[in-house]
Design a protein around this ligand. Structure first.
Ligand SMILES: C[S@@+](CC[C@H](N)C(=O)[O-])C[C@H]1O[C@@H](n2cnc3c(N)ncnc32)[C@H](O)[C@@H]1O
Length: 277
């Protein structure tokens, strides 16, 4: 085989900028091929290995077509943990890690916490991993997503209980949580035009989109659930669409919450909100 670095460079020329290409090369070497990232700086070719070469060519082909790196290698790092990801779940985002840090700082170690729209389980599993005494549940409407979340639960040695629940039709039963956190679908259909094809063509639309005529549908449902499922003084945390930050503040106050606090993400966008019942 040609020298690894040169082969990847040639195949992905024009697909990534220089910095992204470095990241892709390192990930392909270490995560996919199981060889040191140093391999692409060395002059020698790697020993022949047809199975490894087939994996690499398949990965390069998928990357060239625009598939996200995380799906190609099958993993995404999140808050220091590793999560299996594929087209059944959204790839965990850095802004979501900021939400998780906020919750982890505030949440009582021995509390109970619900993550609504859990997807890969990145929020629920990370919080369970960091708040050892906390009982964590994760809900999602998608069986596919729940399979991935359960895999990530075992992978990271956590004890989250995952259930199939539609947030728009929550069963009438008693719940009692200290914290509810949610990153529900919040991208409006009208925003599709500005989105990258790597997201639109590969990530699950069920995880991303909400109708323009009711963009806060899921937030209203979670806030309503919180009114009967949170202890008095319990907290609700959301990742939000920055275009809807003020509307979210109003929604939470009108739903009976107080001490509503908006926070910006590292990109300076109003991306998170917390409220107390
Ligand atoms: C934006 S993704 C968030 C995934 C993950 N929590 C994260 O932060 O990366 C939203 C999730 O909500 C789930 N979802 C969509 N509609 C739902 C509904 N009606 N009830 C429960 N979950 C829903 C999707 O399947 C998806 O996993």
């Amino acid at each position: 085989m040609k020298r690894l670095g040169a082969l990847i460079d040639d195949s992905l020329k024009g697909c990534f900028d220089a910095l992204e290409l470095e990241t892709v090369k390192r990930a392909l070497c270490t995560e996919l091929l199981g060889v040191s990232a140093l391999s692409f700086y060395t002059k020698e070719s790697l020993p022949d290995d047809s199975e490894r070469d087939a994996r690499l060519f398949d990965a390069l082909d998928r990357l060239k077509k625009g598939e996200p790196l995380q799906y190609v290698i099958g993993w995404a790092p999140f808050c220091g943990l590793q999560f299996k990801v594929d087209k059944r779940v959204l790839i965990p985002r850095p802004e979501t890690a900021e939400l998780v840090e906020w919750v982890a700082r505030d949440c009582p170690d021995s509390g109970s916490l619900l993550d609504v729209g859990t997807g890969s389980g990145c929020i629920a599993v990370t919080l369970a991993h960091n708040l050892k005494g906390c009982k964590v549940q994760g809900w999602d409407i998608s069986d596919d997503a729940l399979q991935v979340a359960r895999f990530n639960n075992s992978l990271n040695g956590t004890d989250v209980v995952f259930s199939k629940v539609d947030i728009l039709k929550v069963p009438e039963q008693e719940y009692c949580f200290d914290v509810i956190v949610s990153n529900p679908p919040y991208v409006m259909e009208s925003e599709k035009a500005q989105m990258e094809s790597t997201v639109l063509d590969y990530e699950p639309h069920l995880a991303l989109f909400v109708q323009d005529n009711d963009p806060l549908l899921y937030y209203r449902a979670v806030a309503e659930l919180g009114r009967r499922a949170l202890k008095t003084g319990g907290s609700l945390y959301f990742e939000i669409n920055p275009l809807k930050a003020q509307a979210m503040e109003t929604l939470l106050i009108e739903a009976g919450y107080h001490d509503v606090e908006l926070r910006s993400d590292i990109f300076g966008k109003q991306r998170m909100i917390k409220a107390i019942l």
